[in-house]
Design a protein around this ligand. Structure first.
Ligand code: BG6
Length: 486
């Protein structure tokens, strides 16, 4: 590993270079995030943003293309801010995996601190780091930002991490999981560790199980080239879902520092019970969407979108068990899929049922066990389901009363990448994934994939617009539970 000085918080980043500047991520997320930060006066005045890609383009055409994307957004474009923002933009044609284009880039950047954002396929990360190093761009002033998924399995992620570590100090490496930049995910940390109320209940004495759902209505569409190689397990579970699981399950960290939090997440990943071929059938479900109707529109099957048969899953449901004192006997059910009936990202903490009800038989069916529901999308909300008494003179009847703990101030909802950009600029890695975290997550995912392979578990069909194959319901029923709110 390189032994250069880690960047200090005082290193000012003067240039952000986005490799893959003409791609979808840059257009939909990265440039709008930077624009909104500029709108709020949060970007350093002298910060330049350099788009870089293989396509030949001059600065004016690049600025025009960014304008087109931003102007098409519902928020609209502020003329004054656009003037300031567009003056930051430049374009440099380069293939980051080849030496020649990087010379021009190095000349543009000079000796100042730069952030290199690889909005590219992970298959080129290793070559990109080699070339950045060869071009002298990886000094202590530079930071590298890598998108997920980092590799395809443990081995490939180790190979990439080793190449990255050869070029950059770990403290200069920012592995993005954009879920960590979402406001509600940060609220979850505040909820758990800024209140004394929940901590005594946050364990297997009070909690029955946890459900984490990431449901999308979109299909794979024109991303299938990438997606078909990864599938839902590697695209969503390995990263976003395991990160959410870790934040729910981790022990209170000593402080909110990056390594304190990441050390706790690592302990959770180490405690995940390994999947074996013996129980994979009972504990997991793979699905792939067929044609159907989603939000009132007929949509084609995955293989029609792709133009061929495929054994890639677009849906996963599984039960994860965490073998430690706090969570012994508390299953974590994870479910994610494309072309589900609604867009919903939600963590539900289901508390245990009352040990004994003192209310009469009329109220028996009213009783619902307490539940804390953290909605990340489409609404950002935290609500605690409590039981209350229905007013009236008749027999005692109870009713569920969801208590909203939402902090929605009615302001614009930030793109998760806004927070992440600011943190890279500040050199704060707390909301980024450390190397050991990524590798432990892959080790567990490899176990699931291997069990599926050994059992020849091919994806089961589900109609687009449904909540996945019937096996997803059976998975819950086997444990005497059910998915919430289907
Ligand atoms: C990405 C996945 O990481 O997250 C996509 O590659 C998925 O397949 C997306 O659609 C979901 O992100 P969000 O923020 O829209 O929930």
């Amino acid at each position: 590993m390189k032994t250069q000085n880690p960047p200090s918080k005082s290193v000012a980043i003067k240039t952000i270079v986005i490799f893959g500047a003409t791609g979808d991520l840059a257009a939909r997320m990265l440039l709008p995030s930077l624009y909104f930060l500029d709108l709020d006066g949060l970007l350093p005045p002298d910060l330049r943003i350099m788009g870089s890609a293989r396509a030949p383009m001059d600065q004016a055409s690049y600025v025009n293309s960014v304008h087109e994307h931003l102007a098409a957004r519902p928020e609209g474009l502020d003329k004054v801010v656009w003037k300031r923002f567009s003056a930051r933009l430049d374009y440099c044609r380069a293939d980051v995996t080849q030496a020649h284009g990087l010379k021009d880039l190095a000349a543009h950047i000079g000796d100042d601190g730069a952030m290199f954002y690889l909005a590219l396929s992970p298959s080129v990360y290793a070559a990109a780091c080699e070339q950045l190093e060869a071009a002298g761009l990886t000094g202590g002033q530079s930071r590298i930002v890598l998108e997920k998924p980092l590799g395809h399995d443990l081995k490939s992620s180790r190979d990439i991490n080793a190449k990255v570590a050869h070029a950059f100090e770990e403290s200069s490496v920012f592995r993005v999981d954009h879920y960590l930049g979402k406001e509600t995910v940060q609220n979850l940390i505040a909820l758990r560790f800024a209140n004394t109320l929940f901590e005594p209940l946050w364990n297997n004495l009070a909690i029955d199980h946890v459900q984490i759902t990431v449901a999308e209505t979109d299909g794979v569409g024109d991303r299938w080239g990438y997606y078909d190689e990864y599938g839902a397990l590697r695209d969503m579970v390995q990263n976003h879902m395991l990160q959410l699981l870790c934040l729910v399950a981790m022990e209170p960290p000593a402080d909110s520092g990056a390594d304190s939090v990441r050390d706790e997440k690592v302990k959770v990943l180490k405690s995940l019970r390994a999947f074996t071929a013996a129980d994979a059938q009972a504990l997991s479900v793979r699905g792939q969407y067929r044609g159907g109707v989603v939000e009132g529109k007929s949509v084609p099957s995955y293989s029609e979108e792709k133009g061929g048969e495929s054994l890639t899953e677009t849906f996963v449901a599984l039960r994860a068990d965490i073998d430690n004192w706090r969570w012994a006997g508390v299953p974590f059910f994870l479910r994610t899929g494309k072309r589900l009936p609604e867009r919903r990202t939600q963590i539900a903490i289901q508390f245990k049922a009352l040990p004994h009800s003192i209310f009469g038989s009329a109220a028996k069916d009213d009783l619902i066990a307490n539940r804390l529901v953290i909605d990340l999308q489409p609404n950002e909300d935290i609500s605690l389901l409590l039981m209350n008494r229905r007013p009236g003179l008749a027999d005692v009847r109870l009713k569920a009363m969801p208590l909203s703990l939402s902090l929605d101030d009615g302001g614009r909802r930030r793109i998760a990448y806004e927070r992440l950009f600011l943190d890279v600029l500040a050199g704060n890695p707390a909301l980024f994934v450390r190397r050991d975290e990524v590798e432990l997550a892959w080790a567990w995912i490899d176990g699931v994939a291997e069990a599926w392979r050994n059992l020849s578990m091919t994806p089961k069909a589900y109609a687009a617009g449904s909540w996945g194959p019937p096996g997803a319901f059976a998975l819950m029923e086997r444990s005497g539970r059910e998915w919430l709110d289907d």
